[in-house]
Design a protein around this ligand. Structure first.
Ligand SMILES: [Zn+2]
Length: 104
């Protein structure tokens, strides 16, 4: 059996190292949805904030260099299969998940 050598370009190594600065936010930004189910992912910050997948992508440099409690320190993730409540992004204000129980 032939095995392929693991050779990465400098660009791939830099990309990997950047993603590893905050792998949770990188996953939310890159993957965006949980499978199976297709639930939209969002990131949770250590001060109780929520960041949508788009903000995890556009604000990744701030997230990757965040300090505890500064509003950008991503420590977890969730998705709309885990709550019945409305969820809004605390940065851009986009409604990530609607509150279906209170819908008319
Ligand atoms: Zn957002």
């Amino acid at each position: 059996m032939m095995t392929l050598p693991l050779i990465f370009t400098d660009s791939e190594k830099a990309d990997h190292n950047e993603r590893m600065r905050n792998p949770i936010a990188a996953l939310v930004a890159r993957q965006g949805f949980a499978w199976p189910g297709g639930y939209e992912l969002w990131a949770l910050t250590d001060d109780g904030g929520v960041l949508c997948r788009a903000c995890c992508r556009t604000e990744y440099p701030r997230i990757a260099t965040a300090d505890p409690g500064d509003g950008w320190n991503v420590i977890g993730l969730s998705h709309d299969g885990e709550t019945d409540s409305r969820v809004d992004c605390d940065h851009c204000g986009r409604m990530i998940r609607d509150d279906w129980e209170n819908e008319d």
